[in-house]
Design a protein. Structure first.
Ligand code: GLU
Length: 428
């Protein structure tokens, strides 16, 4: 293995479930498949820039806390760095580095001219009030003021963040620069240049990829039995759009557990309930279920839309879905991925399945640069075209190379980056 030299080995995580080691392992498999030379592989195995800042914040109680914030910029050979900003207690530098690398392959696979980056602050958002979250976000932004920008690195929402945080970042950046710079973030509110359709975009992309995969098997979304782990930005949007398309959502969950209804959940009612009850989930027709039970329910499509490492060597043999659609990043461990393949389960890989968000981020950026804003129907149409094109390309690549859909997505993404690096040459 080409060991990444730049990253401190902060995590006591065993290598087989360390997100960064797993992502590097897929990269190495793709490099072998593509017969890349070792020098190129070494370049791609390391992030180009890793920034960690400390974020002191005075809470309303008067207590001062210091949080750790990261931004990892993996590769900008195709264009500005791009990727979300995550607020979650499990954030580590190695996790953020893995997610930055995934963004590089994701953008290359979708054919959008960005490099990969990711940011994260290790915190539980529910433990802070809005004013405290705003101070944390603004301090993080000013610590990174020289590292972000519309031509440098463009943050976006991720787990635990939303349009609200993007507006704070845009404002802090703009105040420091001296004029409004809407292009410094995507996924911002429509009032300051955000795109219609961005909020549901990742979930819509998941729905499109699942629909295409079912269609290839002669099946339809209508009546498809779907189980979703997670009911955040991505899980709740995917649930709603799949429900609207006629699928039956049997179960959904949050970090504290899930709910199940054999006849299908009333997702619009559930969304309304979750908004009104601080993201808790409940509807009359449902019974409680644990996250572990939810993952092993018999269904057509299982959609892990929460954290990494949810399907592991411990539960993979109990998975009863025909298709696993990775709405989260890295929800299936390396070992479980091989086991699913052997069990005949189709895995729709994260860098394809959850790319809808960054695709609409790109469309937001394009609209901002041209000062022409589209209606939602056009945004959705343009996004769908890019997603369907990438899906077909991945399927074709997997047939030609006789590899899994994940490896096909990697060979396409990594191959494009390797070609661009080769064409640009090494500086100096
Ligand atoms: N956080 C999302 C992702 O992981 C979106 C990133 C973006 O829009 O830049 O793909």
């Amino acid at each position: 293995m080409v060991s990444p030299s730049l990253l401190p080995l902060e995590a006591p995580t065993p290598a087989h479930i360390c997100p960064f080691d797993q992502t590097c392992s897929y990269l190495e498999q793709a490099a072998r498949e593509l017969q890349l030379d070792q020098g190129l592989l070494a370049i791609l195995s390391n992030p180009r820039k890793v920034v960690t800042v400390s974020i002191p914040v005075k809470l309303d109680s008067g207590e001062v806390q210091v949080l750790a914030g990261h931004r990892v910029q993996h590769c900008d050979v195709l264009g500005p760095y791009k990727g979300g900003l995550r607020y979650h207690p499990a954030v580590t530098l190695r996790e953020v580095s893995a997610l930055a690398m995934l963004m590089t392959w994701k953008c290359a696979l979708l054919g959008i001219p960005y490099g990969g980056a990711k940011g994260g602050i290790a915190l539980e958002p529910a433990h802070y009030n809005i004013g405290e979250l705003e101070r944390i976000t603004r301090r993080y932004t000013s610590e990174l003021i020289k590292d972000i920008g519309p031509e440098v690195d463009i943050p976006a929402p991720d787990m635990g963040t939303s349009a609200r945080e993007m507006a704070w970042i845009m404002d802090t950046y703009s105040m420091n620069i001296g004029h409004a710079v809407p292009g410094v973030v995507t996924g911002k509110p429509i009032s300051i240049g955000g795109s219609r359709g961005r909020e549901l975009a990742t979930g819509r992309g998941v729905m499109i990829i699942v629909r295409e995969a079912l269609a290839e098997r002669g099946k339809s979304l209508v009546g498809a039995r779907v189980v979703i782990q997670g009911f955040g930005n991505v899980g709740s949007a995917a649930a709603l759009l799949l429900h609207q398309a006629g699928a039956k959502i049997l179960a959904v969950s949050t970090g504290s557990g899930g709910i199940f209804a054999e006849a299908g959940l009333d997702i619009p009612a559930l969304k309304v309930y979750a908004v009104a009850n601080s993201k808790r989930i409940a509807v009359p027709e449902a019974v409680p279920i644990t996250n572990a039970e939810l993952l092993t329910l018999p269904c057509d499509v299982l959609i892990p839309a929460a954290l990494e490492n949810q399907i592991t060597h411990e539960n993979v043999n109990q998975i009863q879905a025909s298709i696993v659609a990775e709405a989260a990043n890295g929800p299936v461990t390396l070992e479980a991925d091989q086991a699913l393949l052997a069990q005949g389960v189709t895995v729709l890989p994260d860098i394809l399945t959850n790319a809808g968000g960054v695709v609409v981020s790109y469309l937001e950026w394009v609209q901002g640069l041209s000062y022409v804003f589209w209606d939602e129907e056009r945004v959705n149409r343009e996004m769908e075209a890019l997603m369907v094109y990438a899906y077909r390309h991945v399927v074709q690549e997997s047939k030609v190379r006789q590899v899994s859909l994940r490896m096909a997505a990697y060979t396409l993404g990594v191959g494009r980056i390797a070609q661009a690096l080769t064409d640009r040459g090494l500086y100096p």
